[in-house]
Design a protein around this ligand. Structure first.
Ligand SMILES: *[C@@H]1O[C@H](CO)[C@@H](O)[C@H](O)[C@H]1NC(C)=O
Length: 496
């Protein structure tokens, strides 16, 4: 009875605006409740998706900084479980004299007169767990360290999830100030209470390869010496000699212990020569390789690494920072970062070459700090051929490097190109924003139509200072410039 009465009264109730408001509020609350509850459902799914044990959890612990570094643009993720690769180009390291395509296990060399060529030599050392357990891995390029790093975690048979995080970290880099040196650092950590065994191997040269290897003993040191050649189109060839550390085939890492190994490779190449003079040139190269090998074997691996890392982090004192991109033709910040990294990796760095004379170095520094008339032309920001979002491999990368050098040379930046990696960084930055050095000042000649993007160029060399120039947008989206200066001497010591 009561309900009937109520129901009868309902149409009347609903017609009152007061009731409709209540209904609307109730409906709104219901939507919010639904939203929150499904939200928390997603969240709980996500949490349960985070592995708590096993190799995946181990990998997350070992790479816990990577996400932050990747968001900041300090590293480029190449692979990570469950994520698509961000890298749209070769996974490589280089120093302007040698390039290593780490994923493809290829070594490319150049000489004073011959541009980069691929060799038959396989530079990567493989460390594989002798067991059959599963393995997960993550790989990234670290810009400020100038290296590529892989971390792998092994599935162990042990049952204790906290103590079975057996991991292998490998760093690959072409030494920035020692053009002949390529390094692979290996670090194995075994916190479990079992011995873990690994097989160490390198890829055998393909059948018909022009490389042969022998064991050398010099003083108390033993290493491998590989010799080979790369045939050129004109019948001549360049000779390549590589000294590498001799490693054991099988490695056992005891429970609760760590293992470190630094695989050094010293690589020497000749100018193009006729086939008649092979022997003489080979023996010269072998002598140079042996001599440098002895020298670097005596050094502490950490010192070698620090030398290298310092130069890369100084190079990336400069750079391009995108804040807001408002059109489709502007390259993404990942594309800009990796393009800078690629071009620097292809370029030698004569400014940090220990063999260069003071006079030459002063001259180069002068042009780095003031490259008159560079960059004269339209900003390259929208040039898709200079900032490509994709590269198919090393060959295409080398073409890109040539296009960059040509563009800069044609646009008044010849002296910067001669300054190698440091000069190219400066030239690419100036060109990006259309900045030009002229008669004692730095001009900003950007097209108004590119000014709707907001970005900053950090660490432009200008006389003895470093300038930061930012193109920012005010509240009405009108562009304005912000310039700040840092004194180079205080900020960084560029050349030791
Ligand atoms: C990579 O790009 C981001 C965004 O543009 C920038 O902030 C960062 O500094 C860049 N990384 C390097 C190493 O220059």
């Amino acid at each position: 009875m009561w309900l009937q009465q109520r129901l009868k009264g309902l149409p009347g109730l609903l017609s009152s605006s007061w009731a409709r408001r209540i209904l609307a509020v109730l409906g709104f609350l219901l939507i919010i409740y639904w939203y929150l509850s499904t939200g928390s459902l997603f969240r709980s799914l996500w949490y349960s998706g985070q592995p708590r044990s096993g190799p995946a959890a181990c990998l997350l612990t070992q790479t816990k900084q990577w996400k932050t570094l990747s968001d900041k643009g300090d590293i480029m993720m190449i692979s990570f479980p469950g994520e698509e690769s961000k890298l749209q180009g070769p996974a490589m390291v280089g120093n302007g004299f040698l390039l290593v395509d780490v994923n493809k296990n290829n070594l490319w060399v150049s000489s004073a007169t011959v541009p980069f060529r691929m060799t038959d030599y396989s530079p990567v050392t493989y460390v594989k767990n002798s067991g059959t357990g599963a393995e997960v891995h993550a790989t990234a390029i670290f810009y400020r360290e100038g290296l590529m790093r892989t971390v792998r975690c092994l599935q162990m048979e042990s049952t204790d999830p906290h103590h079975d995080c057996v991991s292998i970290r490998e760093d690959y880099f072409a030494h920035r100030s020692r053009p002949h040196l390529y390094i692979q650092r290996i670090h194995v950590s075994n916190p479990s209470d079992k011995v873990v065994a690994f097989d160490i191997s390198s890829q055998k040269p393909p059948p018909g390869a022009k490389f042969s290897t022998s064991v050398e003993k010099v003083q108390d040191r033993q290493f491998l010496l590989s010799s080979g050649r790369v045939a050129l189109e004109d019948g001549k060839s360049i000779l390549v000699v590589i000294a590498t550390k001799k490693l054991v085939n099988r490695l056992q890492v005891s429970p609760k212990s760590e293992f470190d190994e630094t695989v050094l490779s010293v690589i020497y190449t000749s100018d193009p020569i006729d086939s008649g003079k092979l022997d003489e040139s080979f023996s010269k190269l072998r002598e140079s390789a042996k001599k440098e090998m002895l020298e670097v074997m005596r050094m502490r691996p950490d010192d070698l690494y620090n030398e290298h890392q310092q130069i890369w982090s100084d190079l990336f004192v400069s750079g391009i920072e995108m804040r807001k991109i408002k059109d489709a033709h502007t390259p993404s910040s990942d594309t800009i970062n990796i393009t800078l990294y690629y071009i620097l990796s292809c370029s030698p760095a004569p400014l940090v070459d220990p063999l260069i004379s003071n006079e030459e170095r002063d001259k180069m520094e002068l042009s780095l700090n003031y490259a008159d008339h560079c960059f004269s032309g339209h900003a390259t920001m929208h040039a898709e051929n200079l900032w490509p979002s994709k590269l198919s491999g090393i060959t295409q990368l080398l073409q890109l490097w040539d296009v960059w050098k040509l563009t800069l040379q044609k646009r008044g930046c010849k002296s910067l190109v001669l300054t190698g990696a440091h000069g190219l960084m400066q030239g690419m930055m100036l060109s990006f924003g259309g900045l030009q050095f002229t008669e004692n000042h730095l001009q900003f000649l950007s097209d108004p139509h590119v000014l709707h993007n907001s970005y900053s160029l950090r660490g432009i060399h200008y006389n003895k200072d470093l300038i930061n120039l930012a193109v920012l947008l005010d509240q009405e989206e009108k562009p304005y410039l912000h310039v700040s200066v840092k004194f180079q001497d205080k900020l960084v010591k560029l050349y030791a």
